[in-house]
Design a protein around this ligand. Structure first.
Ligand SMILES: *Cc1c(COP(=O)(O)O)cnc(C)c1O
Length: 398
């Protein structure tokens, strides 16, 4: 009999899966609510949501029922035809965001690629060729395709993959002079309302408003990458809604379908007509299965959303109040939380947390990152923070 253990899985991965990830020492077998179980039956509290994906936790009965029903009805139909779940989801997302039209894709990078195409076509149609540069922020993360890498404002991801797609440049967040100094061939500015992979750095509302004002003045499109901040993560359906701005287009992915692979973008009224038949496509985009999963996810999140801000603030306040020796501070918005740690690498602290039964993430150079399922309840928060406190009091990782 073949018994699956972490050791046997590691050997199979080593033999057959390319080593593109620094994988951590747990092999998950199943999950329920905010708890995960590994192949040995050990229980973990999840404060990661599989990197912001499982926002309704694991095996939520309403989500499971919706996915199972749709799988048994119609999982996929090509985009050469009409299906009901896509129509309902697009209408719902437009209502939640104030946007005017949706395109469905499969991942965050693919969603951003589509947004860049909209921006470039808009600009070329209006101003002619040569005004196609897209500005993004230093420390940003926009994906791993060659174009979204070019957009990503972190050099460490670029090395050895050149040449990247031309037409991107990076300016430091908060730097108004750099914004004003952008060259004449810029057509759009993209930003994450809270920089996620870069370290959980919320952008200042004042700065973002100035970006918006200059975008209006110079007819640059304002693009929000809401792949991590979207779908309730920051306490609003979309992060921009907490900043008092209105983007021309936004991308979403991670949390949208509660665990199924889905991404997409939304555009405002002014960009509705930019893409026309033949301009853009995705074979799997907007499948009935993923759209049904997304509709169920939004239904579940409707109940959780009003509590997200308060839960995030409570978690941060409790961590700060612990007065922990190796915690330098917290930052974030809603249930997107960064905890700056000292006395060891964030990844070493994170390994200790995992061993103690808490699944968390790291971000940037100094932080642990918590992206718990948005449905997380008081009991699981208590339990997670108890593990966190115990590990952080246990002494440095060095
Ligand atoms: C994760 C992430 C992406 C990339 O999404 P993928 O689905 O991995 O392609 C892009 N932008 C942001 C802000 C992200 O957090």
């Amino acid at each position: 009999m073949n018994v699956t253990t972490l050791t046997t899985l590691k050997a199979q991965y080593d033999a057959y899966i390319l080593p593109t990830y620094a994988r951590r020492d747990a092999a998950f077998a199943r999950g329920v609510g905010c708890r995960l179980y590994d192949v040995d039956g050990k229980e973990y509290i999840d404060m990661s949501s599989g990197i912001g994906v499982n926002s309704v936790g694991y095996a939520h009965p309403d989500w499971v029922a919706a996915v199972a029903a749709q799988a048994g009805t119609l999982a996929h139909a090509s985009n050469l035809f009409y299906t009901e779940p896509a129509a309902r989801l697009a209408e719902r997302l437009c209502a939640l965001s104030g946007m005017a039209g949706a395109f469905f894709a499969n991942s965050g990078a693919e969603a951003n690629e589509g947004v860049f195409k909209v921006a470039r076509k808009y600009s070329e149609s209006k101003y002619g060729a040569g005004r196609a540069t897209i500005a993004t922020l230093t420390g940003s993360f926009h994906g791993r395709t060659l174009t979204t890498l070019a957009a990503t404002g972190q050099g460490k991801f670029h090395r050895q993959f050149n040449p990247l797609t031309p037409g991107f440049l990076h300016i430091p967040p908060g730097d108004i002079d750099a914004l004003h100094a952008l060259p004449g061939d810029v057509c759009a500015v993209m930003l994450e309302p809270v920089q996620g992979e870069g370290g959980v750095w919320p952008l200042e509302a004042g700065y973002v408003k100035q970006v918006e004002a200059l975008c209006r003045e110079r007819d640059w499109l304002l693009l929000c990458d809401e792949v991590q901040t979207g779908i309730g993560r920051t306490g609003h359906w979309f992060g921009f809604q907490g900043l008092g701005i209105t983007p021309d287009a936004l991308s979403f992915a991670k949390g949208i379908a509660g665990g199924l692979p889905m991404g997409g973008f939304l555009v405002g009224e002014g960009l509705r007509g930019v893409l026309t038949p033949g301009d853009h496509a995705a074979t799997f985009g907007g499948s009935p299965l993923c759209c049904a999963a997304a509709l169920a996810t939004l239904d579940i999140l409707e109940g959780a959303l009003p509590t997200v801000l308060q839960k995030g603030e409570a978690i941060r306040a409790r961590i700060e109040a612990m007065g922990l020796p190796n915690v330098a501070g917290t930052r974030g918005r809603g249930l997107m939380i960064g905890v700056s740690v000292t006395g060891g690498e964030p990844s070493d602290w994170n390994d200790k947390l995992l061993e103690a039964g808490l699944v968390a993430l790291t971000a940037g150079t100094d932080a642990l990152r918590f992206l718990p399922p948005l449905i997380i309840g008081e009991g699981d928060i208590e339990a997670a923070l108890a593990i966190f406190e115990k590990v952080m009091r246990g002494g440095s990782t060095q």
